[in-house]
Design a protein around this ligand. Sequence first.
Ligand code: IPE
Length: 248
Amino acid sequence: MMLVKLGGSVITDKSKKYVFKEKTVRRLAKEIKNSGEKVIVVHGAGSFGHILAKKYGLDKGFINEKQISGVTKVQADVKGLNARVVNSLIDAGISPVSIPPSAVVECRNKKIEKINVDVFKKYLNLGLTPVTFGDVTLDRKLGFCIVSGDLLMLELAKVFKPEKSIFVSNVDGVYMDKKRMDKIHDKIVRNMKRKKTKIPDVTGSMYEKVKIGLKMSKFTKTMIINGNVNNRLCNALKGRKVVGTVIK
Ligand code: IPE
């Protein structure tokens, strides 16, 4: 079994609200199908989540009642995005089942404390492909919080110990001093800097992803690849060598 995260930067235009990159998602769905591999799909929220989550300060947890309408809106928006991803997977010949974190995850202080993995297991055993996504969930300390697709990848990696976990992004991998790294390990990560970008991202871009990837590497082979290049995902799933960064 393999884990695939379709990043928000590949499936949406992160700078413009509600721009779904349908052509790209359809191609990636076909690449998953063509690989013949059994997968769990996680996807990011992109501009369907980050922009309003930031506006309402949802990453801070419950502060005031004004945020509540933001919780509903963001949950509805990411579900809308999820429906589009699910439909693309269906059209590619996959049998997806949507598993919304708002219903199966509970956090404490932004960390996943409880996740109903049985639901994932049972659907997988039936031959369906679970699809989950970055969402707003309950938080036992903060009331609610944002759960990123990356955190869900880590939890699922711990439980399923997949042969491989692939982060599909819009870059060829992790860069340091303008050079793409084939492999990175914890020492390199400690020297990496958090970069500030103008694009709203309440869950923290590449640096946080690499830190999560490092934790995942205990359970699974973890890599970051570019989903905008034809067949990279398919080849990576098939175990062929592809351009990207492996996190060890
Ligand atoms: C963010 O999920 C979830 C919300 C903002 C509601 P991700 O952090 O996984 O999304 P991307 O991949 O960065 O867009």
